[in-house]
Design a protein around this ligand. Structure first.
Ligand SMILES: Nc1ncnc2c1ncn2[C@@H]1O[C@H](COP(=O)(O)OP(=O)(O)OP(=O)(O)O)[C@@H](O)[C@H]1O
Ligand SMILES: [Mg+2]
Length: 318
């Protein structure tokens, strides 16, 4: 039975992280604090708060969970990650924000969709230049370039293109997705940072060209002290700016400069077989630290919503 200090987990198929996390919270023995899989069965407007903290690993694929999590946040549950921001988040906006915060970013353009739902006719698109000034857009980004979705993940619909003709051919396959066109960073080193609580950063050597089970490489000495410090500083800044408490940040390093490639992974891969030990143990420890600190009120999540003040004014009946 959940108590005011219970930590709930919403999970997909993954096994290793939820089990290890629940055991770790139990092992800590903090009075009243325990963790369990959350069970949902439809949500009413007057449902009480059931959890102090909810860790969301799957609401991007189960939309009802996202709705529930917004409701849970309204009634005072700390949700990792903030479901409102996760719903709004896009790669193009994030890249534009980071560029202004001094993080190195690839030149990026967001494009209108290739196609639309049936009801959209040319008259619906009168604000849109046609044809697009492809030459100018491509010139800004340069070739080779990456064409990839503005939202989403899993390496789906990620193209590397070398010419306008190839760009058009790939763009023609993208249907109703909003795509970004991005400067290709010819990296000599690639780092995937697991980031917890906006402060804890674990920069792992990662090779996206290898099969999934081999991509994370256990190597404790792959960054110079200067580059390591910059990677950690950038990753902290990115998570502070986006408010993510659980994330992975991918940086491609070219000429000693880390470029932010993919920094919106709010349900990062925590599978032991892929991220491997000792990284898996680090994740479980840091996630337990964070969730327990939120559950006990020792720490507070970032960001307040506009309605928080109005709710406080409306009082307990509001
Ligand atoms: N601008 C770029 N320069 C060089 N390589 C890139 C660039 N953008 C993407 N890539 C490569 O393509 C891969 C997939 O791109 P990205 O991570 O942005 O997509 P994703 O589908 O969100 O991936 P994930 O499954 O990690 O969420 C990256 O890991 C990187 O190897
Ligand atoms: Mg990625």
């Amino acid at each position: 039975m959940s108590s005011p200090r219970t930590i709930g987990l919403l999970v997909g198929r993954e096994e290793s992280f939820p089990t290890a996390f629940i055991e770790e919270v139990a092992r800590r023995g903090v009075p009243g604090v325990s963790a369990e899989l959350c069970r949902l069965e439809g949500t009413r407007l007057d449902d009480p708060r059931r959890y102090a903290v909810l860790i969301d690993r799957i609401s991007h694929e189960v939309p009802y969970y996202r709705s529930y999590l917004k409701y849970a946040a309204l009634v005072g549950t700390v949700v990792i990650n903030n479901p409102f921001w996760w719903s709004a988040d896009e790669k193009f906006f994030g890249t534009a924000l980071l560029a202004r915060l001094g993080v190195a970013t690839p030149r990026t353009v967001v494009l209108p969709n290739k196609s639309y739902i049936e009801d959209i006719s040319p008259a619906s698109l009168r604000n849109l230049a046609y044809p697009l000034p492809w030459e100018r857009l491509a010139e800004y980004v340069g070739f080779p370039a990456i064409l990839k979705p503005n939202t989403g993940g899993g390496f789906k619909s990620v193209y590397k293109v070398h010419s306008l003709e190839e760009l058009w051919r790939c763009y023609d396959e993208t249907g109703q997705q909003t795509m970004i066109l991005q400067e290709y960073i010819a990296y000599d080193h690639y780092v995937r940072c697991i980031c917890i609580g906006r402060r804890e950063v674990l920069p792992i050597r990662w090779d996206p060209r290898l099969p999934w089970t081999e991509r994370y490489i256990v190597d404790h000495d792959h960054l110079s002290p200067e580059l390591g410090a910059r990677v950690v500083r950038d990753a902290r800044l990115i998570n502070e700016a986006l408010g993510y408490d659980m994330n992975t940040v991918e940086l491609a390093i070219r000429g000693g400069v880390p470029y932010a490639i993919d920094f919106t992974n709010p349900a990062p891969d925590f599978e032991r077989a892929r991220i491997r030990e000792p990284y898996f143990a680090w994740v479980v420890e840091k996630m337990a630290d964070l969730a327990i600190a939120y559950a006990t009120g020792a720490d507070h999540p970032p960001g307040r919503m506009r309605w928080d003040r109005l709710l406080a004014e409306a009082g307990p009946e509001g």
